[in-house]
Design a protein around this ligand. Structure first.
Ligand code: ZN
Length: 366
């Protein structure tokens, strides 16, 4: 075993675990199945001492490159020029927003961490309260009107800080971008990941990229930022235009619902289901055109809604959410969102949620 295999094995095993958790029991998610096979093949090569060797010159590929992208088969000198350009460009971007380091170097950066004592103190309480206020500052206004669209969302963290990520940004005249997702885990760590995503997308949006390129780049930069911590996030990234078109990329998030008079559509076509951000450097994201007719509403939600449980440990589920949302589809957005929240509260018989709750409704109004 070479020295190379230690952090890489951790990275691969960590990806394997995450993929296994994402696996649909029916094996329907082909993207997950393909990725698992790729991870297993890399682990096998590692055991055989064949991993991380450039297919052109047979030299070892740089370890930091492999940690960010464990499936590289060529060294930096032999990557196609176009791919190399992308890697360098995104690496430079990642370095602007984070100092990346290999796992063993985290505490060797010359940083002295403050001593940690467990237990809450008034200072820690005060600090968490301030952090909560900062997170609230990063949220968009809950009522958002833009050209052909009316948007309303409700955000109820289960603790002082939330791992749900929701942002709405007006970009070109007539365009609004929606970022809606869920960072791995809960609480302070997940909240820090959402702050990172917020900064990343707000910066990238300035470049006015097409939707697929925006999410591809955000993923690559995010992968480079989180290579030590292994954090990841699911995301829906949407672009709504003044003409009423809506483009969507789904990076491993729950499928949104479109509430129509004829019924409820789950936006879950195979092409609309990409990998969460931060897992695989070479993930590619496909754009779906979602048809939302005049008066119809698109509903995005986090797993805090559908995975809410009653006293008998039964899950609330997608079907019940779809049913109650459809029954209330003609109400003003605030009332539609309240009806869903109240139905979940009635189901769980609890006044508070045990996981973060974020529900966003986007209605085409012209
Ligand atoms: Zn080479």
């Amino acid at each position: 075993m070479t020295a190379l295999s230690i952090p890489i094995r951790q990275v691969l095993n960590d990806r394997r675990e995450k993929l296994a958790a994402m696996m649909d029991p029916s094996g329907a998610n082909q993207a997950v199945v393909r990725r698992l096979a790729q991870v297993d093949s890399a682990l096998k090569q590692l055991d055989e001492g064949k991993y991380g060797i450039c297919g052109v010159c047979s030299k070892h590929i740089d370890e930091s490159e492999l940690i960010a992208n464990p499936f590289l088969t060529q060294c930096v000198s032999h990557l196609p020029a176009e791919q190399l350009k992308k890697i360098f460009r995104d690496q430079a971007f990642a370095e602007l927003i984070a100092t990346t380091a290999l796992p063993e170097d985290v505490l060797g950066k010359g940083i002295t961490l403050a001593p940690w004592s467990s237990g809450s103190t008034p200072e820690i309480d005060q600090d968490i309260k301030r952090a909560r206020d900062v997170q609230a500052e990063l949220m968009p206004e809950s009522r958002f009107h833009h050209e052909a669209w009316d948007i309303f969302y409700e955000f109820i963290p289960s603790g002082p800080l939330s791992g749900d990520y929701c942002d709405l940004v007006r970009v070109n005249p007539g365009e609004v971008f929606m970022m809606f997702g869920d960072a791995m885990g809960k609480g302070i760590t997940a909240c820090m990941t959402t702050c990172r995503l917020h900064a990343l997308f707000r910066t990238l949006l300035e470049l006015k990229l097409p939707l697929a390129e925006l999410v591809d780049r955000a993923n690559r930069i995010f992968c480079q930022c989180v290579q030590t911590s292994g954090h990841y996030a699911t995301l829906l990234c949407g672009r709504a235009t003044a003409e009423g078109t809506f483009e969507l990329i789904n990076a491993g998030h729950l499928p949104p619902l479109v509430l129509r008079d004829s019924g409820v559509d789950r936006v879950a076509s195979a092409g609309a289901k990409g990998m969460p951000l931060g897992l695989f450097f070479d993930s590619a994201y496909e754009v779906s055109q979602v048809h939302v007719a005049l008066g119809e509403t698109l509903l995005c939600y986090t797993d805090g809604l559908t995975e809410a449980r009653d006293a008998g440990d039964n899950e609330y589920g997608h079907d019940r959410l779809a049913k109650v949302a459809h029954e209330n589809r003609h109400l003003p957005l605030e009332e539609l969102v309240s009806a869903c929240r109240e139905d979940i509260a009635a189901f769980t018989s609890r006044s508070s949620f045990s996981d973060d709750f974020t529900l966003l409704a986007l209605r085409r109004i012209s």
